[in-house]
Every structure is written in C-alpha cells, then in structure tokens.
Ligand binder design. Structure first.
Ligand code: UDP
Length: 384
C-alpha cells in the first residue's frame, strides 16, 4: 500500500503532562506503515479561552493546589455534571471542532484524552456518522467517567475495574476491550539490555546501583525534598549508589535541583526523550503514580516507590502496583529515604522480587494490540 491508500487515522491528544502525548506517540509508532497518522490537539489549539490554557495549567495546578484539582475530578465523576458541562460547552466549541474534523477527513478517530471524547464524537457523528471513533483510556484503574461515551465504536481500557466503569457508563460489552496502556516501542527495544552498558551510554557509573526520580512530563511532586533526603541517607550509610533526577518540563524544579550540593553522584535532567533507557538502566524508580510512567516501569521490570498520587484519577494506580507487589507506597516524606536505603542494602532480595512482579503486570505489546483492534474496526466498517 502506498501512503495515499493507507487509512487516515486522527489521534486526539493534549499537552497536559506527558501521559497523553506518550499514548498518542506510542499508537502512531504501532500504526506506522499501516495508517497515515495525524495528531489533533483540539483542546490546546482550537478551544476558546480559557479552555485552551487548561493543559498548560495542569503541572502548576496539580503541584500547588492538588485539592482543587480533586474537586474538578469529582465534578467529572458524577454523570449529571459531566452531561451538564458537556452540553453547556458544546455550542461554544462545536463549529471549530467540526471544522477541524472535516478538514482532516480521517477514516478513523482515536481519542487518548478524557476531556476530548464526548464533544469530538458528537461533532463527528454530525459531519461523518460512519467514521469509527475509538477511545483509549489512559487512566488504568479509576478512570473519570468523562472517558466513556456510550456510542463510541470501541473503548480500550487497561484493567478489569476500568472495564466495569465503562459498562456502568452504558458501553455495550462487545465494544470494550481490556488491552493495556500504550507504551513506546523503545521499552521493548531496551528490554534485556545489560544495565551496566546502558548506564555507561547515559554517562552514569556502570558499577553503581541507580535510583531514578521522576514526576511525569510536568515534573509533578515535591521531588527536591525526597531527593535530598535519599542522597543524604545513602551517603551516610555508605551505600554505593547514584541518582538520576528527571524534572520533565518543570524548569523551576531543575533550577532548584542544580543549586544543591549532592553528597553522591547525581545526574540532573530536564525533559528527556529516552525515558526507556533511563528506566532500564535503573534499579529503583521514585515517582508519583502517573499511569504512563508506571506502565513503562513494569515493561522494563523496574520496581517503583510511589510517593504520591494526583487525588482522584491516580488513586487506583497505587493499588495496581502495590497489590501486585511491583512496588511500594510511601506517602510520608520521612519514610522515603530509610526505605530506599533498606531496599538498596546488599543482600536484600526485595528489589529483585518486585522487578519480577513488575514484569508480570507489564503489557509491553499494548500499543500493537490497540493498533490492530483499531485497524480491524476500520476494515469492518469500510466493508459495510
Ligand atoms: N516523560 C518523558 N520524558 C520526561 C518526563 C516524562 O518522556 O522527561 C514521559 C514518561 O515516560 C511518561 C509520560 O511522560 O510516558 C508521563 O506520563 P504519566 O502518565 O506518568 O504522567 P503525566 O505526565 O501524564 O502526569
């Protein structure tokens, strides 16, 4: 097939955090050679003010006012309020959304962003009722109900609890598939590569065990205090270790990290494109309960110490990891450094056990399977 005969698939995403971008890019990789993919960011690029600033506000908002974020999450958890908000917003955004969808003229539309499901689907049904619409739910365990439009043609979720939410929202069982969260192809490529070689490539000491800290794409979480406490504790106990801290797009955090004196080798980074290598080179990940990050860590068998979660939508992610013994949850700042020290202590088998459990819950082929399911839907619809 030439590029022109391939089906055109539009993937609707947004730049809030890193998870939606990763999901969109993972699916585009899996569709390479099988579809022409275009990304649509209706929220950031086509919605009216102030909606077009929501994504940019996500990092600071969650970092500095998490409880107000929770209130919004709760608002999007009640069917009546979701319905009311979407009905009220539709007349203001309908023309713009419909114009963009019409111009793109996709053969199939996929949304990986909960705020951009019902409205684009409604507009799509008005301008092109036969075009299939797929939702790929990137909140694996406790997804807000805004994800679930009952007339979506296919809804992909990551876990059984999420499937139940989809069914409760009125989706017929034959349109819901439990597959997993889309993960970048690089996480498959790095699997099995020796940690020492990866560390050397990344400029780390190949011989030292490595603790990685991240806070999602927006560098969310109070990373500075735990990072300092961990470094101090590991240095005091003379544990041979090094740290890498990835601040994502949080420039202020990176600046503050760079202003510190560190008592052991520490690599400080902003947004990295090669997260797969950083994770595969590490022995322990310290992070908020970001779904993309947790799914990726599982794929490379990286144990996780979760320090916090975004109230509401990330709550279920903690139990997903902890119940499967792929990681631990330490919400109190004073717990983190002693726990890291304990986990890295020579002879402690816990990291290895958690690494094995992480691999058991990994769905490294999720992107490929979602791409296949979407293409199968396209072909079925095209035949009718
Ligand atoms: N990420 C990245 N580079 C960075 C920081 C994060 O590629 O420097 C990616 C990370 O690998 C994951 C995503 O951003 O795929 C973060 O998604 P998650 O769902 O964990 O959290 P969010 O950022 O959406 O809150």
């Amino acid at each position: 097939m030439t590029e022109h005969t391939l089906p055109k698939i539009a993937i609707i995403m947004a730049h809030a955090g890193g998870g939606h971008v990763t999901a969109a890019r993972s699916l585009a990789e899996a569709l390479e050679g099988k579809a022409q993919v275009v990304f649509l960011n209706l929220l950031d690029e086509h919605a009216p003010f102030p909606l077009n600033h929501l994504s940019a506000a996500y990092g600071p908002w969650v970092n500095y006012a998490p409880w107000t974020y929770q209130k919004i999450y709760e608002l999007f958890s009640a069917p009546w309020s979701v319905e009311m908000i979407q009905r009220a917003a539709y007349p203001f955004v309908r023309n713009q959304v419909a114009a963009v969808l019409k111009a793109v003229a996709a053969d199939l539309v996929i949304s990986v962003h909960s705020v951009q499901v019902t409205i684009p689907l409604r507009a799509l049904r008005e301008i092109s009722p036969q075009t299939p619409f797929v939702t790929v739910v990137t909140d694996p365990v406790t997804p807000p109900i805004a994800w679930f439009a009952s007339d979506a043609d296919l809804c992909v979720v990551a876990t059984e609890p999420a499937r139940k939410v989809a069914l409760a929202c009125g989706l017929p069982a034959d349109r819901v598939q439990v597959i997993g969260l889309p993960v970048r192809r690089a996480f498959l490529t790095v699997c099995g590569q020796p940690k020492a070689a990866l560390r050397a490539q990344l400029g780390l000491d190949p011989a030292l065990r490595t603790v990685l800290l991240t806070g999602g794409g927006a560098g969310i979480g109070k990373l500075l205090a735990p990072a300092r406490a961990i470094a101090g504790r590991l240095a005091a106990s003379r544990t041979p270790a090094q740290m890498a801290i990835i601040a994502g797009n949080n420039r202020e955090l990176l600046k503050r990290l760079r202003a510190q004196q560190w008592p052991l080798p520490v690599m400080l980074l902003g947004y990295v494109e090669n997260m797969a290598e950083w994770m595969a080179a590490s022995d322990l990940l310290i992070t908020k309960a970001g779904p993309g990050t947790l799914a990726e860590a599982a794929c490379v068998g990286l144990p996780v110490l979760i320090t916090e979660f975004i109230p509401g939508q990330e709550a279920g992610n903690v139990s997903w990891v902890v119940d499967h013994q792929a990681g631990v949850y330490a919400p109190k700042p004073e717990q983190v450094a002693p726990l890291v020290d304990e986990l890295l202590r020579p002879g402690n088998p816990q990291l290895e056990l958690m690494a094995g459990q992480a691999l058991n819950i990994a769905r490294c082929d999720a992107s490929e399977k979602i791409a296949q399911a979407a293409l199968a839907l396209y072909h079925r619809t095209a035949e009718v």
